[in-house]
Design a protein. Sequence first.
Length: 192
Amino acid sequence: MSTTPVTPKLTLPSHTGIHLFYLALVIVLGVMAHVWLSEHDERLLAEQTVKVSKQHEADLEAQLKALSSVTAVQVKAVQAKVATVKTVPQAIAAIPELSNFPLNARPIPSMPDDVAVNAVALTQELGACRTDRIELGSCQQAIVLKDGIIAEEKTQIAALTAKPKFWHRVGSNLKNGSLLISIGILVGKVLL
């Protein structure tokens, strides 16, 4: 009796099952890496969007503060001019600065306090109108700036709430991967 060592035969079907298993595993890992990378890129883009939006919001807030200070200075100048008017000649001198249209105000010789209308009252009214016009323009610009700030905040909220769905995709890909692995195992068992 001769004893020859028995060498196990490696069959093609047993190797195919193992290779299919590893191929499915590599595919699943590749898909997971791709999903993670795309989610990472989206997160970086969202952070960049928020950063730019915050800078734009800060610029709008600075413009709003500057507008408020300019408006306050203009209103004080008009109010100071109106406060200095006590006589008809002062009123006649102040009317062109407070009105956008020429009034050609001249005193009536027979009535020293009147100029076709009461000049002091007209000056006060024009001063109030000018003040209201300045404040209205300022409010309109402030509304536009505040709308811009609100839009920037909405942009930031949208960028921050669009959180990456990485784990949801990982779960979905694991389901698909487990399906592929199960098929690979079944094919391996059938071919074995």
